[in-house]
Design a protein around this ligand. Structure first.
Ligand code: HEC
Ligand code: HEC
Ligand code: HEC
Ligand code: HEC
Ligand code: HEC
Length: 220
């Protein structure tokens, strides 16, 4: 009788089976580790930058307001990054020869902007707009965490859909005075004041949880 399978089939089948078992074992062992480590959400991760710029020093220590460097945060979709000239308002006077700042001097000399690697980003299919949030009084710290304590910037929250929706379904209590959006520490409000403010804000901005929950708000 003709053989349907070549004798080597058995070997291949066995190898494939072993492969599948090993893969499953690998997934079972490594799955939870990946979930714990923040690998997927990137929370707590820092990235290499051309200069080890410290928000802890410049914001926490020197008290420079976010808007001095992220100037378009109140007026446009993007917060933006500071131009080299912004760094040079100070660093043409202090730390002028520091090797650490060589890329800043080079950027100025060559007229080429520094290229920072992104830490906080949503995928391209998600629409986001800073001005809308900041003008309603959603503070930077709500989404970016205590950047004033970060020597190197790390992502504070996973920008997962749930993170956005949790607030969109009940935004009032998470709003503060728009003038205080760059404040890193909570306002010293008692609960009653907070509740009153939340109700007033929801009314003033006509917050509509049903509308803010719609897919095409964020996926346009
Ligand atoms: C002196 C200038 C300066 C000030 C002040 C400043 N930043 Fe930054 N910020 C930078 C620079 C430069 C980068 C890019 C390097 C990095 O990621 O650390 C950056 C990056 C960031 C990022 C990461 C964006 C991304 O996707 O990579 C966030 C978020 C951020 N800043 C928030 C803030 C907030 C909030 C404040 C105020 C509390 C603030 N920054 C104040 C200069 C500044
Ligand atoms: C409601 C949440 C939220 C608030 C409030 C918020 N951000 Fe962001 N921020 C984001 C998201 C989401 C991104 C990623 C945007 C993208 O990938 O297009 C981002 C990106 C950034 C970036 C990178 C550059 C850019 O424009 O994409 C900087 C810098 C930044 N934010 C600074 C700030 C500062 C400063 C404030 C407060 C004045 C602030 N953000 C308030 C969610 C927020
Ligand atoms: C308002 C003034 C001011 C601006 C604007 C400013 N710096 Fe600084 N920077 C300082 C001072 C002051 C120090 C010294 C801090 C210290 O030693 O405590 C410093 C220190 C540094 C250091 C040394 C490491 C550290 O953090 O101590 C680096 C690197 C640096 N700045 C990069 C930058 C870059 C890049 C920009 C532009 C995005 C910038 N700075 C904008 C004032 C400024
Ligand atoms: C802490 C609260 C909060 C968080 C977190 C938040 N939002 Fe919002 N979002 C608001 C508020 C408040 C408004 C303004 C609603 C209004 O004026 O009707 C808004 C409005 C928007 C709008 C504009 C809707 C319109 O009117 O067209 C978009 C788009 C949006 N958010 C996307 C996002 C995305 C994407 C995320 C997550 C990365 C996010 N938001 C996280 C509170 C929040
Ligand atoms: C307030 C903003 C917001 C609204 C409203 C929203 N999404 Fe999303 N969505 C996001 C963000 C942010 C991500 C990116 C998540 C990530 O990168 O992990 C996302 C990701 C997704 C993805 C990719 C798969 C995933 O989970 O990463 C799908 C599919 C999706 N959304 C479908 C929807 C549908 C359907 C609706 C309406 C029922 C909806 N979204 C409403 C913000 C929103």
């Amino acid at each position: 009788m003709a053989q349907i399978f070549r004798p080597s089939f058995d070997t291949y089948a066995r190898l494939a089976l072993i492969g599948v078992v090993l893969l499953l074992l690998f997934m079972v062992l490594l799955g939870p580790v990946a979930a714990w480590s923040g690998y997927q959400s990137q929370v707590g991760w820092t990235v290499d930058q051309p200069i080890p710029f410290s928000h802890e020093h410049h914001v926490g220590g020197l008290g420079i307001d976010c808007r001095f460097c992220h100037a378009s945060v109140e007026t446009s979709a993007n917060a933006g990054f500071p131009s080299t000239h912004v760094c040079m308002t100070c660093h043409s006077q202090i730390w002028t020869g520091a090797p650490m700042l060589a890329p800043v001097r080079q950027s100025l000399a060559q007229g080429r902007p520094l290229s920072w690697n992104r830490v906080a980003k949503v995928p391209d299919f998600v629409f986001f707009n800073h001005a809308i949030h900041v003008n309603r009084g959603v503070a930077c710290v709500t989404c970016h965490g205590r950047v004033d304590t970060m020597p190197l910037l790390a992502r504070a929250h996973p920008f997962e859909m749930r993170f956005c929706l949790d607030c969109h379904r009940d935004a009032g209590p998470r709003l503060g005075p728009p003038g205080a959006v760059t404040r890193m520490t909570p306002l010293a409000w008692d609960e009653a004041t907070h509740r009153r403010f939340a109700l007033a804000a929801a009314k003033r901005f006509h917050l509509d949880p049903q509308r803010l929950d719609k897919c095409d708000i964020c996926h346009r």
